[in-house]
Design a protein around this ligand. Structure first.
Ligand SMILES: NC(=O)c1ccc[n+]([C@@H]2O[C@H](COP(=O)([O-])OP(=O)(O)OC[C@H]3O[C@@H](n4cnc5c(N)ncnc54)[C@H](OP(=O)(O)O)[C@@H]3O)[C@@H](O)[C@H]2O)c1
Length: 284
């Protein structure tokens, strides 16, 4: 039983050794999780050899072996592969095990149906900065999960960034819209600023350096001053009649908040329709 073990002793197995699971495994090892308690399976063998060489974790091409030997199983394959991966696992007794899925759009009820087992399932929605342990992950647990299983999932994703729980599974679509997809919005914003700097005669490389650092610095400051409203932080650096004030007025005149609202709603609605239509498998 998971309850009787401390986190460091729990065997965790990953199915799929792609970008996201490699990032999570690396984060766990960096967070001093014992590599001997981590194993991963993958369809092709090259990624397995490479991660074993780097981190000294267990590897296999046999997904059933992962499920039999681990108490926590993280399924990290593309959504369209999910049902195919689960089918050969149906004979395994998942009663004491925790399944964590990071696949976008695949619901906990679908996972139980694919495995033909009413298992403890947690859905996690990480984002790409997890690769450098600066990820943001939303988590949802079905009613079969106990507190310790939730703690384990939280610890795993805290090893690659920050986490937040949602109570309704539908809210995972909000996580996708505000965090999963957010790196792309931020790249879009940064690129638009770089482009404008260049058109003002500025060097593109230096513009990128200053703009990315401004995002990092502002985000860290907002985290550091988490007790102050974001609007108040903004107003504190917006003197009436100054340069920032002019830019903010321009954003407001062009309905910046409305643009963001519509974009977030579009991502949210797409997440809902992917889940409902069962056409998971499209990129976030
Ligand atoms: N990337 C993101 O930003 C992000 C964010 C949130 C959630 N996610 C979710 O994370 C999941 C993985 O995404 P990813 O970007 O890491 O994809 P990925 O790099 O393509 O990794 C998927 C891995 O699954 C392996 N695989 C496929 N079929 C398998 C099978 N039958 N048995 C074992 N392994 C199998 C693939 O092996 P091969 O090497 O043989 O192809 C590949 O290494 C997706 O469901 C996605 O929705 C991703």
């Amino acid at each position: 039983m998971i309850d009787s073990l401390t986190l460091g002793e729990i065997k965790i197995g990953f199915i799929g050794c792609g970008n996201m699971s490699s990032a999570i495994i690396k984060g766990m090892v960096q967070a001093k999780y014992d590599p001997k308690n981590i194993s991963v399976s993958n369809r092709s063998v090259e990624k397995l050899h490479s991660i074993q060489k780097e981190l000294n974790i267990g590897i296999t091409q046999n997904n059933s072996e992962i499920c039999e030997n681990a108490l926590v199983i993280v399924i990290a394959v593309k959504p369209q592969m999910f049902a195919t991966v689960c089918e050969p696992l149906r004979n395994i007794d998942f009663s004491d095990k925790l399944i964590i899925s990071i696949a976008a759009g695949v619901k906990t009820s679908q996972i139980s149906a694919f495995l033909q087992h009413e298992s403890a399932v947690i859905r996690a929605m990480p984002n790409t900065p997890s690769v450098i342990s600066e990820g943001a992950t939303g988590l949802f647990a079905n009613t079969k999960c106990n507190q310790q299983q939730k703690d384990i999932a939280e610890k795993i994703f805290q090893s690659v960034g920050k986490t937040a729980w949602v109570k309704d599974e539908d809210q995972i679509n909000t996580v996708t819209a505000i965090a999963g997809s957010a790196p792309a919005y931020i790249y879009l914003f940064m690129q638009a600023m770089v482009d404008q700097a260049v058109s003002l005669g500025f060097n593109a490389k230096d513009a990128r350096t200053l703009i990315t650092q401004s995002f990092i610095g502002t985000a860290k400051l907002a985290q550091f001053k988490s007790d102050i409203q974001l609007d108040d932080l903004r107003q504190a650096v917006t003197s009436p009649g100054g340069t920032t004030f002019e830019a903010i007025q321009s954003f407001k005149n062009n309905n910046f908040s409305e643009i963001v609202k519509e974009a977030v709603n579009a991502a949210y609605n797409r997440g809902v329709s992917l889940g409902e239509a069962g056409e998971e498998g499209k990129p976030l």
